[in-house]
Write a protein that binds this ligand. Structure first.
Ligand SMILES: *Cc1c(COP(=O)(O)O)cnc(C)c1O
Length: 375
């Protein structure tokens, strides 16, 4: 039996081996390993792709979030609204700048922020408005940015989009990351546009913010060896930039292939009992295919059975962030975000990558059927 991994990055490399090898060699031969042509060109090309005026590259998606929060002068005493159903980095960076995360529950259909609850929170906040809203386009599904930006404008609150899982996603024909004050991207290998190591970027239309971000990521320097504030060292390597330039050219077709993989799952899995399939929306880029299992299914048993059969699965994410030990001090209790809490117990991500074949998906269906339909 052939095993089916959750994702297959080596296969993607084989597909582009020649181009990637050339790009990496060129950087190695050039002798320019920090900054330089490949980084600047990638920033320009990525901004163009997103439709923003500026792109500032950095070392990771985590750093992108940190830098964006710092660029808005968010710090101790400030509140930032976000989701309890995301990767820790989103919330962790709010804490890293000294601010306090404020959670709003998610919509079980989209896994993204529940915008009605967000509207309620803002309406009730009175003069104690949050300093920023930090929504996440989770699993590649774009959040309804029309509604979100409407709320943000109404209350005059800046928006930092966490686009780590949604590179290339669009809402109403516009790229995510280009709606908010800033959009943060990750080029971690498993993301839709992945490097061969860490990488990240911040997109913005605001030239002053772009300049501030550049200073912050270079030790707070406004010119060489002249430091106006405390910053960090956060760089996208020239090698990674060269790799990303090659892969950016394939992103649209890969995202299209992801949509085809998702559509096949939707069709294949629809007849199975007590499964809640993820809902689709135009512009979705399917970083993950995450479904919810009904109460009649035992997730742990299913996962270990699939693992025995060579099918990779993952639970993104098993524990809500408000229930994490590190956030005990925020004083949230179980039951505060019932949708997130329920979803954490139900979600299961199936293999998802552009090159996943129909035969492999049928094999996954076969295994799932065996398990789910057994008495
Ligand atoms: C991956 C991820 C990040 C962090 O990106 P890194 O490049 O790994 O630092 C932040 N937010 C979300 C939602 C992510 O999935």
């Amino acid at each position: 039996m052939n095993s089916i991994p959750l994702l297959d990055l080596a296969q993607q490399y084989q597909q582009l081996k020649h181009e990637l090898d050339q790009a990496v060699l060129q950087v190695m031969v050039s002798g320019r390993y920090i900054g330089g042509e490949s980084v600047l060109t990638f920033e320009r090309e990525f901004a163009e792709y997103l439709g923003t005026n500026h792109c500032v590259s950095c070392n990771s998606g985590t750093d992108a979030l940190f830098l964006a929060l710092r660029a808005l002068d968010i710090g101790p005493g400030d509140q930032v609204v976000t989701t309890p159903f995301t990767f820790i980095a989103t919330v962790e960076m709010i804490s890293a700048v000294g601010a306090t995360p404020v959670f709003v529950d998610i919509d079980p259909e989209t896994f993204n922020l529940d915008l009605e609850q967000l509207a309620l929170l803002l309406a009730e906040a009175g003069p104690a408005q949050p300093k920023a809203i930090l929504p996440v386009h989770l699993f590649g599904r774009p959040l309804d940015m029309t509604t979100l930006m409407g709320l943000a404008r109404e209350y005059g609150i800046p928006v930092i989009e966490d686009c780590a899982q949604a590179t290339g996603a669009t809402w109403d024909g516009q790229r995510v990351g280009s709606f908010g004050t800033m959009g943060c991207f990750s080029f971690f290998p498993t993301k839709n546009l992945g490097a061969f190591g860490d990488g990240g970027a911040i997109a913005t239309d605001d030239p002053q913010l772009a300049q501030r971000l550049r200073s912050l990521k270079e030790h707070g320097a406004t010119r060489r060896y002249y430091h106006e504030e405390i910053g960090i060292n956060s760089r996208l390597d020239a090698l990674q930039a060269a790799i990303l330039r090659v892969k950016l050219g394939y992103l649209e077709s890969w995202n299209q292939q992801r949509r085809q993989v998702a559509a096949r799952y939707q069709q294949l899995l629809a007849p199975l009992p007590d499964l809640y399939l993820p809902s689709d929306v135009p512009g979705h880029v399917w970083n993950q295919y995450s479904l919810r299992l009904g109460a009649s299914h035992d997730r742990d048993r299913l996962r270990s059975r699939l693992q025995e059969l060579g099918v990779g699965t993952m639970v993104y994410y098993p524990t809500p962030l408000h229930s994490q030990p590190v956030y005990r001090h925020l004083g949230y209790a179980e039951g505060d975000f019932p949708v997130t809490e329920a979803v954490c117990g139900q979600v299961l991500s199936l293999p998802m990558f552009p090159q996943l074949k129909p035969e492999q998906q049928k094999q996954i269906l076969y295994h799932l059927k065996q398990f789910l339909l057994e008495p």
